[in-house]
Design a protein around this ligand. Sequence first.
Ligand SMILES: [Zn+2]
Length: 379
Amino acid sequence: MERDTIELLKDLVAIDSQNPSLVPGAAGESTIAGYVADWAEAAGLAAEIVEATPGRPSVLVRSGGRSARSLLLCGHLDTVGTGEMEDPLTPVVDGDRLYGRGAYDMKAGLAAALIACREAARSRLEVIVAAVADEEHSSLGVQEILRHVWANAAIVTEPTELTVATAHRGFVWTEFSVTGVAAHGSRPHLGVDAIMKTGPILTGLADLNERLRGRVHPRLGQGFVHASIIGGGREESTIPDRCALTIERRTLPGETVDDAERDIAELLDRCRAADPALRVSSRTTLAREPFEVADDEAIVQAVARSATAATGRPAELAGASYWADAAFIAAAGIPTVLFGPDGDGAHAAVEWVSIPGTVACARALTAAAADFCAGLSSR
Ligand SMILES: [Zn+2]
């Protein structure tokens, strides 16, 4: 298992699968999806490519077994851009580490899931791997595969440092448009400075961020809000007639998009009360739900037992700092948990995954499938 997992991981890292929605003209998932389907068929598994969006395929790999329960393992095929990386598509092994774009986020978790599916086929357990497109942008892949599969539980194999991640935050992106009046800089009485008018909104957001400290999730900590993009103005000598501001709110389980929108509406009401001449509009451009699963769900317990056995130390239940496709799978009514290897450098210039961690992940997923699918776990 050890050699097969790492050989598969190297092959996956060597295939360019940068997300074309992030990097214009990038390769996308076509080549890597074809590779995964070929690998699966060579391993005696059934592979089906789904591609509702041309050029953005996902792959469903099925063990072909029939067991008391079915288990979905989900990992994404795409990576972010390679940016300033040196030789990003050459997998380099140095000691216990394997370097390359996507090694950690998340081709190691995907390789481990595929190996676990192959092992499940040998034990006639019903395991499905969803190797999905576009997690790094709009999650086209997971939304598409959920129209084709259902399972009794799911494990998203994003990197969790071998912890059993039972929660992650959601996010809400909001765009503000502040309107002013352009005028010559020497005649400010004829203009309204849209950039200056944005100042109180930014101050209000800083206050909101402070207030969010008041609510703490035991595994995620606090929610927060930060400014992401700001733009406006034409040239030095002109009063700016427009300022556009984009922010991101990271929400905790229990906080809804409506809650986030209400906080923004109240913030703008206060700004307008203080400055009746303020002209501002806001809109939500993208929102994703937070995710949380109960500790006593059978899949959580099965993964915890399996992780303990595979790593030789008691499994830790934790929260994941990032958003993941788990939210979509859980929203489809499938109890879901995150579990994947350790490493570092997701989206960064140097990315690596632990080789022993990847092998431990493959062993833990294999054991979790045996535990869960055979119906040994109980709530
Ligand atoms: Zn990822």
